[in-house]
Design a protein around this ligand. Structure first.
Ligand code: CTP
Ligand code: MG
Length: 165
């Protein structure tokens, strides 16, 4: 079931710390819509956590973004995207292809994020979760950066009928 109606051609950037539920959200949409640095790091090194593969993963992601956005295909960026320069480059790509850029903000309280992170197979070190949570922008900041719409997950989950996970 769709949590959010994503129109054709939109670039949807998920913004949230590890464990906040980005991939769980993305799983509600067709798998081919999703670009994900973790997946490409794993394909390059057998480990999605191996940061030495981030440059090659970013290149693969950029190729796929261009391939999809040039065709007007809806695309979900399933990475933390908590650093402003990363979001700036995603917005620039959407603009280059004249596609709308929207963001889903995972404004999940830190204790919930920590609990979700602790309860899964791939546990990210706590200090990284906390650092990323602290870097989380607010909706106004994302709008100022150029996202045409910003959807806080807290509001999407509060919508009657929306799945809780
Ligand atoms: N989860 C949950 N309820 C939600 C969202 C997520 O219980 N509303 C659980 C998931 O089942 C998973 C864990 O929280 O076990 C982390 O969710 P995930 O989607 O993997 O988080 P990501 O943000 O994708 O984390 P990462 O950046 O590390 O990939
Ligand atoms: Mg994920």
């Amino acid at each position: 079931m769709d949590l959010l109606n994503l129109p054709a051609s939109v670039l949807c950037t998920l913004v949230g710390p590890p464990g906040s539920g980005k991939s769980t959200f993305a799983a509600h949409y067709p798998d081919s819509w999703r670009v994900c640095l973790d997946v490409y790091r794993r394909l390059a090194t057998d480990s999605e956590a191996d940061q030495s593969a981030t440059p090659v993963a970013a290149e693969i992601q950029a190729l796929l973004l261009d391939a999809r956005l040039s065709r007007g295909l809806t695309t979900l960026v399933d990475s933390t995207n908590v650093f402003a320069h990363v979001r700036t480059s995603l917005i620039a790509r959407a603009r280059y292809w004249q596609r709308p850029a929207v963001a889903v903000l995972f404004d999940v309280p830190l204790p919930t994020v920590e609990a979700q992170n602790a309860g899964r197979d791939r546990v990210v070190p706590l200090h990284i979760v906390r650092e990323h949570h602290q870097l989380l922008p607010d909706a106004d900041q994302l709008q100022r950066e150029g996202f045409t719409a910003v959807h806080p997950i807290s509001e999407l989950l509060a919508t009657p009928g929306a799945p809780r996970r």
